[in-house]
Design a binder for this molecule. Structure first.
Ligand SMILES: [Cu+2]
Length: 139
């Protein structure tokens, strides 16, 4: 029982940290760690504008990708996949474009109000990493 409690304690702390990353001011960024808690290949700063996201319109979602030495990672292949963890109506995947060195952006369009997860898939230098960011979508 105690183990389960601890697990959820750590999990909710992690989710809290990740949520803080994307629920900060629309024009601010913050650093997030690997959701899996493992050794992180890439450090990601994430920006959502507007924040919270607005449904049925384009919202700019951007990430800066760096390595463990804080060097920007260029020429990565980055996709964002939106899903609603509490529902089962499919995923929306978009390819992010590198708009400046190490900065990858795409427009995301949540289709309904509620809690969404953006799964960020990064392939760079022969390595793959995946991070998850929760976000809220409002009318
Ligand atoms: Cu839904």
């Amino acid at each position: 029982m105690q183990l389960i409690y601890r697990f959820f304690g750590v999990l909710s702390l992690l989710i809290g940290l990740l949520a803080a990353g994307c629920s900060a001011q629309a024009d601010s960024t913050s650093t997030n760690t690997d959701a899996a808690g493992g050794p992180k290949l890439f450090a990601v700063d994430c920006t959502l504008n507007p924040n919270p996201a607005t449904i049925l319109q384009e919202n700019a979602f951007s990430i800066t990708v760096k390595d463990a030495q804080q060097q920007k990672i260029t020429h990565a292949t980055v996709t964002f996949t939106l899903s609603m963890p509490e529902m089962d109506h499919g995923d929306i995947t978009v390819d992010a474009k590198e708009t400046e060195d190490g900065l990858y952006s795409a427009q995301i369009v949540p289709t309904m109000v509620g809690k969404w997860i953006v799964s960020i898939h990064i392939v760079a230098n022969g390595q793959t990493d995946q991070l998850q960011f929760p976000l809220d979508a409002k009318p």
